[in-house]
Design a protein around this ligand. Sequence first.
Ligand code: SF4
Length: 261
Amino acid sequence: MDKEQIKNLAKNPKFISGIYNYCDRWCERCEFTSRCMNYAMCEDKFDTPKSRDMNNKVFWDKMQGIFSVTIEMAKEAAGKMGIDLNSIDFEEAEKHEKQVHEFSKNQPYSKIAFEYIDMVKRWFDSNEKLLEEKAQELLTHFEAEIPGTKPVDEAIKIKDCLEIVRWYQHQIYVKLCRAASGTIRGELEEIEYCQEDADGSAKVAIIGIERSISAWGGLLDHFPQQEQEVLNILVKLKTLLKLVEISFPNARAFVRPGFDT
Ligand code: SF4
């Protein structure tokens, strides 16, 4: 898809402007795929198994194509805004970006979100056998048709909880770093919109935290022997949630295009 095709696509009124900026990128579960331009572009670009495989050259060729078009469009937009990209002091810009990065990852909520990533990893690493045993147990119940058991329902619920935990495991941290960077950019660059964008990212993080809390609660029902470990994780998530709400008091009120309109 070239620059002109993207511009034409953007004119299609069926797409909700900017919906992909504050979503959780879980397209398989998204009810707005038909109204998302980002989804349409990905479907167009990554339309074969090879093009979706990070280990395949086709994938990277496609990525290269996207970067080239993006750079071309960024240059065009800069020109329209009267910005001369050649006049940018890249050394200064790099220093600035490092400052933003340091600020973002050193916020208390970012640190907790980072710790959470590790907690989840450790839980999965140490419970590989438990999950295998559970799968085996449910299979046995299914084959034996034991009355009073619903192995298929249980398997679906567990799988769902595990997928939710995995989906948001890293995303919460990423979204919070983005939110933090919006805050500091707003201050350093005096751009009002940055704080609003930060609130939007924080809202996506909050949703991820809340869904993760529910998913861990679900896992606790199926793995009561894991009570202490899961409770520790829940405490971490609840602490994180509180901290994010204090740091971004306007986040919940942020209106995400499509999802909240
Ligand atoms: S809005 Fe939905 S379809 Fe579009 S990128 Fe986000 S999750 Fe995917």
